[in-house]
Design a protein around this ligand. Structure first.
Ligand code: 16G
Length: 278
């Protein structure tokens, strides 16, 4: 069973939609700051403040120059400094685009789904499906998932989006006895598993640094070679059986994984110790 692959992420706003956000008074020769810095400051505020979103297109250099009544050299310098800061991408022949995905801080000590992670941050989770199919477990998958050779699995491959912005490519394998029809998952996999009585309870996660291949970068709408995190998650049911094996590539510019550390028990001085020492 196979559903048609789609690999286009939702379109971002065109330059015309961004223009009304500009403040005509933002750049003025009456101020001491060089004009290109004033323009860069104005655009930076719009991007960081979230008025202009990731992947939105900026108007052409000529239009920006007219709009802010500055020279094209000034515009070019402003755009270059924001490109150097990583807030803009200039694509040959296509124009200048914002490069500021939502930054997500994810604790590593709690087991949550992508949909829950996004909801808790006020972002809307979405998916672009690359593949939803059933098949036979490969020897590697069978070994990890504890399946016999020839056992069936459901495979879900998708781009995970936050407010329409690509965040990660996820390839998830679930034994068919837990998920016979991958087509049943349109949004949250964990919601579907829970509804079927298979509750993700505990997971082991391994993170390693990597860089995006050309194909991955295209899917994530970013530059080939950009830093990324490869994550493998093995998720278990309360009974101990493994319910999913997931391999994902997360954009390095969109995620901070956070772990809380505590002093190990023997190093914490007890009240008795501190009284004895005083
Ligand atoms: C997260 C999990 C993934 C799980 C998915 C379920 C990591 C690295 N991966 O993306 O293992 O399948 O959540 O999310 O955290 P969903 O219920 O929204 O489909």
């Amino acid at each position: 069973m196979r559903s048609p692959a789609r690999n286009a992420v939702p379109a971002a706003a065109p330059a015309a939609a961004v223009e009304p956000l500009f403040d005509n008074q933002a750049v003025s020769s009456a101020r001491a700051l060089p004009l290109y810095m004033q323009l860069a400051q104005h655009l930076r505020q719009l991007i960081i403040g979230g008025a202009i979103n990731d992947r939105d297109a900026l108007p052409a250099e000529r239009d920006l120059a007219e709009r802010f009544r500055v020279s094209r050299v000034t515009v070019r310098k402003a755009l270059q400094s924001l490109t150097d800061e990583g807030l803009l991408q200039q694509r040959q022949g296509a124009g200048t685009f914002v490069s500021a995905p939502p930054r997500v801080e994810q604790p590593l000590s709690v087991l949550t789904s992508f949909t829950e992670d996004m909801q808790s941050r006020g972002l809307t989770a979405g998916s672009v499906w690359l593949d939803r199919a059933t098949g036979t477990a490969s020897s590697d998958e069978a070994l990890i998932l504890g399946l016999s050779l020839g056992e069936r699995v459901s495979r879900l491959r998708r781009i995970r989006l936050a407010n329409g912005v690509p965040m990660a490519i996820e390839h998830c394998v679930v034994p068919s006895r837990f998920l016979p029809d991958p087509g049943a998952v349109s949004g949250s996999l964990y919601d579907v598993l829970r509804a079927r009585g298979h509750i993700p309870h505990r997971a082991l996660q391994r993170l390693s640094a990597t860089s995006l291949t050309d194909d991955q970068a295209r899917l994530l709408d970013t530059q080939p070679g950009s830093p990324a995190l490869h994550i493998e998650r093995r998720t278990f049911l309360p009974t101990g059986g493994m319910v999913e094996l997931v391999r994902s590539s997360y954009r390095g510019d969109a995620y901070d994984f956070v772990v809380e550390l505590q002093l190990s028990a023997p190093s914490i001085p007890s009240r008795h110790d501190s009284e004895a020492g005083s």
